[in-house]
Ligand binder design. Structure first.
Ligand code: 4AD
Length: 458
């Protein structure tokens, strides 16, 4: 490349006295009689590079170069500004790459996140979204590295599915023809559709992940999952990125160990690689974030039985909106109480009642619970859902029948229990949820480039 990243010029003194070419967008512009200052940002850092325009030397600067949002190419020499000890560029030539008219939406220095959400194509030019997306990239790489270093095979599971996957949520239908009065019955309509049967976008790659793990041993997926839930919360999007490891010869305690190691690895890596972004989030979005994350890395997570959690909640001196009884699905207010008030750290809740969990979860000997776990974290709630899988053919078939499921779509899945079945376990981590936890961003819509939510698609 013929131009230098602004980050390198700001951080390294090697460029001092040398001529460089930098490119970027104007973040601020100040003018005075003899000199003008521009702050340029090229996305490589949260810092801006000051461009100094000495009007005596540079007489023909295009007035468009000093407009907020304009994109420029600047050639000049790097000098140390002794007053604030930062590197800046003394401009020799300024080329306007793209003009930016006065209706550019980022005129104000700080804009509300809600306002920025209305313009996802523009908000990436703010420091907040620069930081979010850099952290997202660093964390994605860390997740891959964690699994790769441990011999897991990265698998891409299909996004279009002919089964309803696992009943994890409402599904989006995939069709090329849509509703038409031409067909008399649903069967006829589906028979004429692209795949010749009803198809949906997958809510999870788990079932195919299990299939892969039964040959490859340890696998993980990292891809989008789709949920058509009609829930307009700060933690749900219709399209989210899902990391799903599946491990053969692995029981629930081993799974919990892997999940805890993974979270610690990713958080530690983020803290090491993104100090500037972490400081920014700490200042702007969550006071105490660094301390919280240090404590995640340095302390054991809690492991709490669902039954004990119910006891804790029943004894709590708090009026919950939703009543608590053994067998109930925990609401966000309950999860938050357990993790924020009682344990004040990440908590693996384990051994949930079988009636509120999916058919594939390993049935415990008590006949009432399954070997499931959810990881709850302060501020966000559930970030991981997983379980040991039922490996016994007959028990699995019975659980499916009890839940009123047809067996035909699951013959491959059942075959895994027929041919050399092994204990195995897996979990799903919501990528956006862990980013929320690590950045202090309170709304999931602010950690994904284009949030898809009920009634909203930009
Ligand atoms: O708990 P869930 O539904 O579990 C599964 O899908 C399993 N098949 C995973 C497995 O065992 N392989 O989803 C797993 C995680 C949740 O803990 C949450 O972090 C995230 O996926 N998630 C969502 N994130 C954003 N928006 C949504 N609508 C989400 N639904 C689930």
């Amino acid at each position: 490349m013929k131009h230098t990243d602004i980050k390198d010029i700001l951080e390294k003194d090697d460029f001092i006295g040398k001529e460089v070419t930098v490119c970027g967008w104007v973040r601020t512009a100040r003018d005075s009689k003899n000199v003008a200052f521009l702050e340029l940002n090229d996305g490589s850092s949260l810092g801006h590079l000051q461009i100094v325009i000495d009007k005596a030397k540079l007489t023909d600067v295009d007035p468009e170069a000093t407009k907020l949002g304009a994109s420029l190419k600047v050639i000049g020499s790097v000098v140390k500004n002794e007053r604030n000890n930062t590197n800046e560029v003394d401009a020799a030539q300024i080329i306007v790459l793209g003009k930016c008219p006065g209706d550019y939406p980022l005129q104000k220095k700080f804009q509300k996140l809600e306002t920025l959400r209305e313009m996802p194509h523009i908000r990436v030019r703010t420091n907040t979204f620069n930081a979010v997306f850099r952290v997202r990239s660093i964390m994605a790489a860390a997740i891959h590295r964690f699994f790769q270093e441990r011999g897991f095979v990265y698998i891409n599971t299909p996004l279009i599915t002919g089964s309803d996957a696992e009943g994890a949520g409402e599904m989006f239908q995939v069709t090329t023809i849509g509703f038409s009065k031409e067909y008399e019955t649903e069967e006829e309509y589906y028979a004429n559709d692209f795949f010749g049967k009803k198809t949906n976008l997958s809510v999870s790659g788990q079932l195919e992940g299990e299939i892969a793990a039964m040959g490859l041993g340890k696998i993980y997926t990292f891809g989008p999952s789709f949920r058509a839930e009609n829930s307009n919360t700060q933690r749900h999007v219709a399209e989210f990125w899902h990391i799903e490891p599946e491990i053969a010869f692995c029981e629930l305690p081993d799974l919990i160990e892997i999940a805890e190691d993974m979270i610690k690895y990713v958080v530690k890596d983020y803290m090491e690689k993104c100090p500037e972004e972490l400081k920014f989030f700490e200042q702007r979005f969550e006071k105490g974030l660094t301390e919280k994350l240090l404590s995640v890395v340095n302390n054991d997570f809690a492991v709490v039985d669902y039954t004990d959690a119910i006891d804790i909640l029943k004894k709590a001196d708090v009026k919950f909106e939703f009543p608590v009884e053994w067998g109930c699905d925990l609401q966000s207010e309950h999860e938050r109480y357990i993790t924020e008030v009682v344990y004040k750290k990440p908590v693996f809740l384990i051994n949930y009642p079988k009636d509120i969990k999916s058919f594939y979860m390993k049935q415990n000997p008590d006949g009432k619970t399954v070997a499931a776990t959810d990881l709850l974290v302060p501020g966000v709630g559930e970030i991981i859902g997983g379980s040991e899988r039922e490996a016994d053919y007959d028990k699995l078939v019975k659980a499916m029948k009890d839940k009123g499921m047809g067996l035909d779509d699951y013959s491959a899945y059942l075959d895994l229990r027929k041919y050399g079945s092994v204990p195995h376990s897996g979990f799903g981590l919501g990528f956006e949820r862990i980013i929320m936890y690590c950045t202090g961003m309170a709304n999931i819509r602010d950690v994904i480039l284009y949030p898809r939510t009920v009634g909203s698609i930009k």
